[in-house]
Design a protein around this ligand. Structure first.
Ligand SMILES: [Ca+2]
Ligand SMILES: [Ca+2]
Length: 218
């Protein structure tokens, strides 16, 4: 029984090691884990102009800098969700929002209608061609400490306010939402599985023990 448990723990450690070796995707010179990008739009407000994408969700999910969405609607926001990873409050900045052209300001909150902080994007020095036009790529980096989130806290969504107009009358043109600090959702699966297996073995052991006792009594 003891050797069986050791084997299970060994397998769990192996699975963990394989997960941490996940590949890196670089966006405008910034490294991310492959799955660190927003995966879905959970909700939104406003009318959007899209570039390089057919839907709002396509425009703001994944790592590609060849698409964007912007809105001049008052109160426009996008609630972006992470389905195969968590956004984590790790060391330093945790979230990167990429947008194009003139640097613009995002309003970020953790929930719809929650406390908002604003972040002005800055030129990355990279450019991207979208629809035949070349745009400067800007990034705004956000530290979840700003929201009083505890160290190591894991979030599965973020709300991005899109309606702040800059001095030139421009608004942010969001293209990529990436978790600089990201936790792999799938990493928890082998751990949970091995925990259940260990529990199962423990119950099995108890059951066998009871059967033995019964046999002795007979
Ligand atoms: Ca993801
Ligand atoms: Ca942080």
């Amino acid at each position: 029984m003891k050797s069986g448990i050791k084997t299970l723990i060994g397998a769990a450690l192996l699975a963990g090691g394989m997960t941490s070796a996940s590949a890196i995707t670089t966006v405008a010179g910034i490294n991310f884990q492959d799955n660190a990008f927003a995966d879905t739009v959970l909700s939104s407000s406003g009318t959007y102009t899209l570039g390089g994408a057919a839907t709002l969700q396509n425009a703001v999910t994944g790592p590609s800098l060849t698409k964007y969405a912007f809105s001049f609607s008052s109160g426009a926001y996008i609630q972006a969700g992470f389905t195969d990873n968590y956004l984590v409050n790790g060391a330093g900045n945790d979230l990167a929002l990429f947008e194009f052209g003139v640097p613009d300001t995002f309003a970020v909150s953790l929930t719809v209608g929650g406390v908002t902080h604003t972040y002005l994007s800055a030129d990355t020095g990279f450019s991207s061609t979208i629809g035949g036009s070349s745009f400067e790529v800007n990034v705004a980096e956000i530290n979840l400490d700003d929201f009083g989130v505890g160290a190591g806290a894991e979030l599965s969504s973020i709300v991005i306010g899109m309606d702040i107009q800059g001095g030139g009358g421009t608004v942010p043109s969001l293209g990529v939402i990436g978790a600089l600090n990201s936790a792999d959702l799938t990493a928890a699966v082998p751990d949970a599985g091995s925990t259940i297996s260990l529990l199962g073995m423990a119950f099995l052991g108890l059951g066998m023990f009871k059967i033995n006792l019964l046999k002795r009594n007979v």
